[in-house]
Design a protein around this ligand. Structure first.
Ligand code: URP
Ligand code: ZN
Ligand code: ZN
Length: 466
């Protein structure tokens, strides 16, 4: 099967030109102007951008949360389908080690969840929750044989996902020796738990207290500690879902002295703010996530970080829970509200709107923060994350003019398996029109036409330290 995309404006992290792209099977084989060959199928991309498929390095499909049998609402089938419709062609989800069992068991479980279901290619980070010295060798096999070169740890959620500094240091030292990277949920969960306990004892149970008990300074402290531990253990570090200016300052300071410190932010921290917790009734529960939404002024600081290169990537931390039936479990107690929000479908359009349309970042930088940088940091480049001869034909034909208002009720913007959209009412210009995953058209004129199981597991290489 061959495919020829004609006359598109090809935009990568560094290029911007009009040309044709010839795809043989799943690979880009020729790029040139007025290519003389024929193909099984031709698509005219005149007046459109052709960009590398988005890479979302932070999703949680089919994730069990807490002890009440709650599972995130999108599985790998509905989640990757929604991702594809939004212009994302690769996700990196998280296999989660259960305390007391091996990381290999976790990997097997997550392979079973994903196999045969995905619309797009996928990889896994390994969430490490239990790493005594005797288990460190597991990391070697994950790295060399299983294609898992990034290990996620938590300074938050004591008793559940939390690791102490010793376990973090041990894991970082081994990850550094291997040439891997440690990614961190950076919030001081031990201190936060004390604040939460007092709030609950004082009868403060509404969703807004979730936000009031997780101050920015405790995110900044954990970011500082993550970077310090990484520097002394010899491992690059990557802060996931960075939400606030104080935390960003720590990253900037570290990068200025040459540390291998990287960070991701998410659309929720760029578009939503803490006033959402003041919504009437239980509405604020829709925005119960960690880290929490911050006051509005943080948003411009995060955009500045993206523009200046101090923030390298954007992930969604897509972790949807139904408002009715899942979030409502915490109706009388915010500590029982499952943490997380949906977003995998809307990331590309939101960043195009806030970044390119509103003039905060260039088109090339848009590609870099939605695709290229994640491909490099997570060992997928140049197979993914760019448009080049030899790269996978993961491409999005992007309509830079099409405008939609995001809504759970708008079939052009919401296919996620959840009963609300966190970005309800936000108008975005720029939408994925045609999405191609390894040479197969899986979205056409905004309609899904792929099939579950088309997406393949990606064994990733060592990170490229950008
Ligand atoms: O609230 C969030 N972010 N839920 C997903 C799990 C995590 O902490 O990344
Ligand atoms: Zn997290
Ligand atoms: Zn997450």
């Amino acid at each position: 099967m061959s495919l020829l995309i004609r006359n598109g404006r090809i935009v990568s992290a560094v290029d911007d030109y009009v040309a044709d792209i010839y795809i043989a099977a799943d690979t880009i084989t020729i790029i040139g102007t007025e290519l003389p060959m024929e193909a099984d199928r031709e698509i005219d991309a005149g007046g459109r951008l052709v960009i590398p498929g988005g890479i979302d390095p932070h999703t949680h499909f089919d994730l069990p949360f807490g002890k009440e049998g709650i599972v995130s609402a999108d599985d790998f089938e509905s989640g990757t389908r929604a991702a594809a419709l939004g212009g994302t062609t690769t996700v990196i989800d998280f296999a989660t080690q259960a305390i007391g069992s091996s990381t290999f068991e976790a990997l097997e479980i997550w392979h079973r969840k994903a196999e045969g279901k995905c619309a797009i290619d996928y990889g896994f980070h390994m969430i490490v929750t239990d790493m005594p010295a005797a288990r460190l060798e597991e990391l070697d096999r994950l790295f060399h044989k299983e294609g898992i070169t990034s290990f996620k740890m938590f300074m938050a959620y004591p008793g559940v996902l939390y690791s102490d500094d010793g376990a973090i240091f041990r894991t970082m030292r081994r990850a550094g020796e291997l040439g891997g990277i440690v990614t961190m949920h950076a919030e001081n969960g031990i201190a936060i738990d004390e604040i939460v306990k007092r709030a609950v004892a004082e009868g403060k149970r509404a969703p807004a207290w979730h936000a009031r008990t997780r101050p920015a300074i405790l995110e900044a402290e954990a970011v500082h500690r993550t970077i310090a531990l990484g520097e002394s253990a010899g491992s690059p570090v990557y802060i996931v879902h960075l939400s606030c200016a104080e935390a960003l300052e720590e990253v900037v300071r570290a990068r200025d002295r040459g540390a291998h410190a990287y960070a991701e932010t998410c659309p929720q921290y760029l578009f939503l703010d803490d006033s959402r917790y003041d919504l009437p009734g239980f509405e604020g529960a829709k925005y119960v996530m960690t880290p929490v939404l911050r006051p509005k002024w943080h948003q411009e600081q995060l955009w500045r970080g993206l523009r200046m290169g101090d923030l390298q990537t954007t992930g969604t931390d897509h972790c949807p829970f139904f408002f009715e039936g899942q979030k409502t479990i915490g109706k009388d107690d915010f500590t029982r509200i499952p943490n997380g929000a949906p977003g995998v479908e809307n990331r590309m359009s939101l960043l195009y709107q806030g970044g390119v349309v509103e003039g905060r970042i260039s088109l090339n930088r848009f590609v870099e923060i939605t695709s290229t940088a994640a491909a490099k940091l997570f060992g997928l480049f140049p197979r993914k994350g760019t448009i080049a001869v030899g790269s996978d034909a993961d491409l999005v034909i992007w309509d830079p003019q099409r405008t939609e208002t995001i809504s759970v009720d708008n079939p052009a913007t919401h296919h996620m398996n959840v009963d609300y959209n966190a970005y309800e009412g936000i108008t975005v210009q720029g939408m994925a029109e045609t999405v191609i995953s390894r040479g197969q058209v899986i979205v056409e004129q905004g309609r899904y036409c792929g099939r579950a199981g088309q997406g393949e597991y990606l064994k990733r290489a060592a990170p490229e330290l950008i």
